[in-house]
Design a protein around this ligand. Structure first.
Ligand SMILES: [Zn+2]
Length: 488
């Protein structure tokens, strides 16, 4: 395997995106989706709780709004919704409720993650759809709603969305993003090459008719094409995100783009000899050389905040590019097919030989700082993981890592959870029903063993994830998915 070539693919592919403006995404009406049985036994091996009335007692609660952790709370779930939440002793527990003693546990809202592909890198520029393993693994990582941020096998994503909705597959609610919209220059054979603004419009319209929820433009998209993508998507009440390169953040924000992916890692605004509509090779170096407090970056941040462009943080995929960072845990690696684990191990070994002053190593610590500054300036930051690169971003684990890396970058644990839950719900226009632990919202609840506000590593111990009041045993999911990632 030509590793540097495959890593170049990974970098170009992994970090893609485009999302639209402020209006909520119109709920898609899926035409002619694969018919799913009303309730499938496929979920049952993973289910621990199906009772309609559940009470968590003596729990510590991080509610997803950014508020500080509250101690000794009772959370009551009835018919898939949160019926009551308050200090234990002040919440009456109905006699027929199933009681879960949550002493020593912390409850979080189900995560709303925004860069969660259903494909995974299997080598030679190929990205295979994980139709079987990924939905359950995302759920086991606390994710109850996700955006795919770009599809390789769009009909698989669309039908998966329908089957999850029907209860036939255990997995998060999906915002399905259309296939990547890229200009010429990407060496990934599965990706369409957009040929002009009219062609871009044709693709956007086609996928709207096929009921996608959102769009993502990619590195080599040009200004006239991106402008048209945004116009047509907005006309169809859908948002656009982008992993940019040929177009700068300032240019895309002036067009009304809704979201930009990968924090500031693909802002080509600071490349001195930047040619219009061309993806410069020196983008990483330009950012690695930029002072973390550079006024020009502050100006760009303020511009994006003023234009209401959301930013998606995807720190786990960048962490895999740096030497002397923690390796992916063995439990996560045990999910991989042996051949793709070999690919990961080779990529990991290669990264350990990179010098400390390599551009990605110099850029990585700044990414989190800029994201924090963006939030402090009033920007809407979203969280994602991006399971690409050379395979070190593994659903079920990477969502937890994203929160830990935000804490490392200076966010409080509670703020990091808000970014990974309520902020995503707001962006999707679904914050009235999901994104935080509040009375009347859907009972999407993650149980952590321990206090992650004292030690963010506690989030790795996540025995139960509830979606719409149904509790899934994460260890059963992980056991079932051993060796499957990379295969199906
Ligand atoms: Zn991506």
């Amino acid at each position: 395997m030509n590793l540097s070539r495959s890593i170049a693919f990974a970098l170009s592919l992994c970090m893609s995106v485009a999302v639209g403006a402020a209006e909520p995404t119109k709920p898609a009406t899926a035409p002619a989706a694969v018919q799913a049985p009303a309730k499938s036994p496929a979920q049952s091996p993973f289910l621990a709780y199906e009772q309609s009335l559940l009470a968590f007692t003596h729990a510590d609660v991080v509610d997803g709004t950014g508020a500080p952790i509250r101690r000794d709370q009772t959370l009551l779930i009835e018919n898939g919704k949160i019926r009551a939440l308050g200090a234990s002793g002040r919440i009456a527990i109905p006699k027929d409720a199933t009681v879960i003693d949550a002493r020593g546990k912390t409850l979080l809202p189900g995560l709303v993650m925004m860069h969660e592909h259903m494909f995974y890198p299997t080598g030679h520029g190929n990205y295979s759809e994980m139709v079987y393993s990924f939905p359950a693994l995302y759920l086991a990582g606390g994710v109850t709603t996700l955006r795919t941020a770009g599809a390789m096998l769009p009909y698989a994503d669309l039908n998966m969305r329908a089957q999850i909705q029907a209860g036939a597959i255990a997995g998060p609610d999906m915002d399905v993003t259309a296939p990547l919209l890229n200009g010429p220059g990407l060496a990934v054979l599965a990706v369409k090459v957009v040929n002009g603004a009219d062609d871009a419009e044709r693709a956007v319209s086609y996928w709207a008719d096929e009921s996608v929820d959102s769009y993502k433009a990619y590195m080599h998209i040009r200004r006239d094409e991106l402008q048209r993508i945004i116009e047509v998507a907005h006309r169809r009440s859908r948002k656009v995100t982008a992993h940019l390169c040929s177009v700068t953040f300032a240019e895309a924000s002036a067009m009304g783009i809704d979201n930009l992916e990968h924090g500031f890692a693909f802002a080509s605004d600071f490349v001195t000899d930047k040619q219009a509509d061309t993806c410069p090779a020196s983008i990483t170096r330009s950012l690695a050389d930029l002072d973390v407090d550079a006024p020009r970056m502050h100006e760009l941040i303020d511009l994006l905040v003023a234009r209401k462009v959301a930013i998606t943080s995807t720190l786990p995929v960048f962490e895999t590019l740096i030497a002397r960072r923690p390796k992916v845990p063995e439990a996560a690696l045990s999910m991989l097919l042996p051949e793709v684990r070999e690919q990961y191990e080779a990529g990991w070994a290669s990264m350990q030989t990179k010098p400390a002053d390599w551009e990605w190593a110099r850029l990585f610590p700044k990414l989190g700082r800029w994201e924090k500054r963006f939030v402090d300036a009033g920007g809407l930051l979203l969280a994602g993981t991006d399971p690409t690169g050379y395979g070190g971003v593994i659903p079920g684990y990477a969502s937890k890592r994203q929160i830990q890396l935000m804490v490392e970058a200076g966010f409080s644990f509670e703020e990091a959870v808000r970014v990974a839950s309520l902020n995503g719900a707001r962006y999707l226009g679904r914050d009235a029903s999901i994104g935080s632990l509040e009375v009347g919202k859907r009972a999407d609840v993650v149980m952590i063993d321990g206090d992650p506000t004292r030690d963010a590593s506690a989030i790795e111990r996540m025995p139960l994830v509830f979606k719409e009041g149904k509790g899934y045993k994460t260890d059963a999911i992980f056991e079932a998915m051993k060796g499957k990632v990379g295969l199906h």
